[in-house]
Write a protein that binds this ligand. Sequence first.
Ligand SMILES: NC(=O)c1ccc[n+]([C@@H]2O[C@H](COP(=O)([O-])OP(=O)(O)OC[C@H]3O[C@@H](n4cnc5c(N)ncnc54)[C@H](OP(=O)(O)O)[C@@H]3O)[C@@H](O)[C@H]2O)c1
Length: 244
Amino acid sequence: MNLNQQIERWLLSQRTQYAGSERPFVTLSYAQSWDGSITLQSGEPLALSGEQAMQLTHHLRSLHDGILVGIGTVLADDPRLNVRQWRGPDPQPVVLDAHFRIPPGARLCHLSDKRCWILTSADAICPDDSALEIIRLPGDSAGRVSLHEALRELKRRGINSLMVEGGANVITGFLQQQLVDAMVLTVAPRLVGGYKAVGDLGVADRTALPHISPVFTDRLGTDLIMWGQVKYDNQDNASSGEHA
Ligand SMILES: NC(=O)c1ccc[n+]([C@@H]2O[C@H](COP(=O)([O-])OP(=O)(O)OC[C@H]3O[C@@H](n4cnc5c(N)ncnc54)[C@H](OP(=O)(O)O)[C@@H]3O)[C@@H](O)[C@H]2O)c1
């Protein structure tokens, strides 16, 4: 079994334990340098993954019902969030965009086969024939879209598995709220000294930091791929209140 097949089999086996959950199974996946940077600075694109790791990303996309990024990533990278370097279905694209800042020229506003879902707290309106579908959700105390509400709404709409690709604010937000179930990380052999993937997780007790167990690793081209289940000290994933 090659690495892609191993990760696919592992992810699918993890998901079955979450079948009755109130929210989708969440896989966090992104590429970082050896020093933990995802780009030079926020707002700038930086390609870190090698060719095979990029194919793995597209494979992972095809294994999820939905794919979510923050508006910061849309503004920096102008992604399409579909499957091009693998054979498989496109996931439903979803953007966290509390203040509805997505530019009309963004590629996600011009997908031919899927309407991109915009999760926002703003009074945004789009015509029925727009390539965007606005989903209004309550904001949290920081004025951002409530992630718990967002995940419940996605589940209601049939998204049982969600891949979260970044950027750092979104990665940190999902980890802070203990909403990541699995991680597939690409570690590229570069030192960037830039914008770090994970910010303050708001965990005062250092023994309560999230950890990954079991851990799996392998090489893919020059990149290192690490994957595993994310666990939180006060929460056994399979028995969390979020999962029925
Ligand atoms: N190496 C990689 O794999 C990778 C992957 C993705 C991105 N990136 C890089 O990461 C950078 C973007 O990261 P970023 O941290 O600036 O932006 P981001 O995480 O993509 O987006 C953050 C924005 O999303 C919106 N948002 C709405 N609700 C939120 C919530 N509950 N939690 C968090 N954010 C929420 C906020 O904007 P509003 O308040 O306006 O809604 C927030 O400023 C880019 O330079 C991109 O190239 C790298």
